[in-house]
Design a protein around this ligand. Structure first.
Ligand code: SF4
Ligand code: SF4
Length: 437
């Protein structure tokens, strides 16, 4: 076992801002539930304005690569139409005014054990519960499980939470180890792996102790070195198994499947409580936040409600990210609402603002040293600026996992990740144009 991976960086964690704060439930007055919370085709709304809904009721679904969405509060549907999403676009959404009662749908039914359930039946339950990668990937978990049947010998449970500032998984592991372990038991029952390993960075001793105390043979626990991006899927596989996922390949290509700890908790809720994904733990943090904390927020909670629940802004924010500062998406307003994959809202203060120099590459090569995907970020950036699509393709831009290690280490503070996101869009647009010819 390697217990580490190539490249990476050691950004300051700032986890102390929120890691001692227990997960606290909040009850927003309205929720805005996006029909596009996953990779794949958006859902079509199944409700109309004026409908009454209950918690866990399915309110959107679709065909193919799709995960249904559910009401996260009980109350009345007051709008169906486009609303701002964390991706910066407007997305078809259902707005529900809460009656404050959190009345459960009659479809929410408990189950005591897995006895008599086949792998296919468990996958169907997980599909109906709308579970997607809760670490942010948004890939429908039922599809990951069915495509792993018969191909996976090692299941990896991702408790690394390597992104600075975020502590929601840490708190979840400390506070709800049984839910995580029950979810792992379900995954084991489906995939029947030879080995299941929970990887947790060793800067989370309470989380490690809590899981260890409750383990009953579902998995082995492996403390990992603290290095960013330890929690990226391919890097976790390399750290734990020593196997390298080939460029453009998926974990199943090397016999692995990776699930975030929050995804495991969601699987437990779905199978044993009958509860779809209607809420999640989310860290609200950063120097601009008055009282950084961890909240249990219904899916669709407005970002402004999260900030209010965290005591509001202590100072004028300089930048707000959904997620952490390395891989998060910058927000221009607080109008959007949470989706299943959002684990944090990080608010930078003015003191985090970088110096305003015109960024200029000094060819120091630091970005190459730290890239865990063995890419050449400085040349990728140059090619992107020139619009040289052939060079971007030749240099495997699409293998970039947008971890931000290169930008973190860049002395010129070049916004490399934004540059690569733009470059990937250029490549995708060019391919789509070519396919239409
Ligand atoms: S780290 Fe920044 S300045 Fe150094 S080579 Fe890479 S892009 Fe250029
Ligand atoms: S090029 Fe992509 S994968 Fe490599 S360090 Fe930069 S963001 Fe991470």
């Amino acid at each position: 076992m390697a217990h580490s991976f190539f490249g990476g960086v050691h950004p300051k964690g700032y986890k102390e801002l929120s890691c001692m704060e227990p997960i606290r439930p909040i009850s927003p007055k309205t929720v805005t539930i996006s029909m596009s919370q996953h990779i794949g085709a958006p859902c079509k709304p199944l409700v109309s304005m004026g409908d009454r809904v209950t918690v866990g009721q399915k309110i959107g679904d679709g065909q193919g690569l799709c995960a249904p969405v559910h009401a996260s509060v009980s109350g009345e549907v007051v709008f169906v139409g486009p609303r701002p999403s964390p991706t910066g676009t407007f997305v078809e959404s259902v707005v529900i005014e809460s009656d404050g009662k959190f009345t459960l749908s009659p479809t929410v039914q408990k189950r005591d054990s897995l006895d008599g359930l086949t792998a296919e039946e468990l996958i169907a339950i997980i599909r109906e519960a709308g579970i997607t990668g809760m670490g942010g990937a948004g890939f429908p978990t039922s599809v990951k499980l069915s495509s792993g049947l018969g191909k996976v010998d090692t299941v990896l449970i991702n408790g690394a939470e390597c992104e600075p500032y975020i502590t929601s998984d840490d708190r979840l592991m400390q506070e709800s180890p049984e839910r995580i372990l029950r979810g792992i038991a379900v995954i084991n029952a489906i995939l029947n792996p030879k080995k299941t390993v929970i990887g947790v960075e060793n800067n989370k001793p309470q989380a490690i102790a809590s899981l260890r105390k409750h383990l009953k043979g579902e998995a082995e626990l492996l403390p990992l070195k603290v290095r960013y991006p330890q929690g990226a899927e391919k890097q976790l596989i390399q750290s734990v198994t020593g196997r390298c996922v080939p460029p453009g390949g998926l974990p199943a290509a090397v016999g692995c499947a990776v699930f975030n700890v929050a995804t495991c908790a969601a699987i437990s809720d779905a199978v044993f409580e009958g509860l779809p994904v209607v809420r999640r733990a989310i860290t609200v943090t950063g120097k601009a936040i008055a009282k950084p904390c961890n909240l249990l927020a219904p899916i669709g909670t407005a970002f402004e409600d999260l900030v209010e629940a965290a005591g509001g802004f202590a100072s004028d924010p300089y930048k707000i990210f959904v997620g952490g500062p390395m891989m998060g998406i910058a927000q221009h307003t607080l109008e959007a609402s949470t989706i299943k994959g959002n684990n944090a809202l990080t608010c930078y203060s003015q003191e985090d603002r970088p110096p305003q120099n015109e960024p200029h590459c000094i060819r120091c090569g630091k970005c190459v040293e730290v890239c865990p995907m063995h890419l050449m970020p400085l040349f990728l950036h140059k090619a992107r600026k020139k619009g040289d699509l052939e060079d971007l393709e030749k240099r495997n831009l699409m293998d970039c996992i947008e971890c931000g290690s290169c930008a973190y280490g860049c002395p010129a503070r070049i916004p490399l990740v934004q540059s690569f996101r733009t470059g990937k869009k250029m490549l995708r647009d060019a391919k789509a144009k070519e396919a239409k010819k």
